[in-house]
Ligand binder design. Structure first.
Ligand code: ZN
Length: 97
């Protein structure tokens, strides 16, 4: 009988159905951002800045001018370690040995 009473009450009462929807939505972050955006717009900028900072930290620098990538072992080494150049790239001393 308890379930019978609960079911029609949700559909009839608007505020009750909204509460039920919020509880059912697993994405709590989107709801939190919505509330923060309306109340305090600056709160929305913080996570964005955080993300760009993370991306900058993750960026891997390409080989420098005095470095090369060996076509045999694919390691980035200093130019002084080039043994010889091939059609596809440089080979390091260790791979040429
Ligand atoms: Zn090598």
């Amino acid at each position: 009988m308890a379930t019978d009473y609960d079911a029609p009450r949700k559909t009839e009462d608007d505020s009750e159905s909204i509460e039920a929807l919020k509880e059912r939505v697993p994405d709590k972050l989107s709801g939190a951002v919505d509330v923060e955006d309306a109340d305090n717009p600056s709160g929305f900028e913080l996570p964005g800045a955080d993300l760009s900072d993370l991306e900058l930290d993750v960026v891997v620098l390409p080989p420098q001018e005095d470095e090369f990538t060996c076509v045999e072992c694919f390691l980035v080494k200093h130019r002084t370690q080039i043994d010889h150049d091939t059609a596809i790239g440089a080979v390091c001393i260790e791979c040429a040995a």
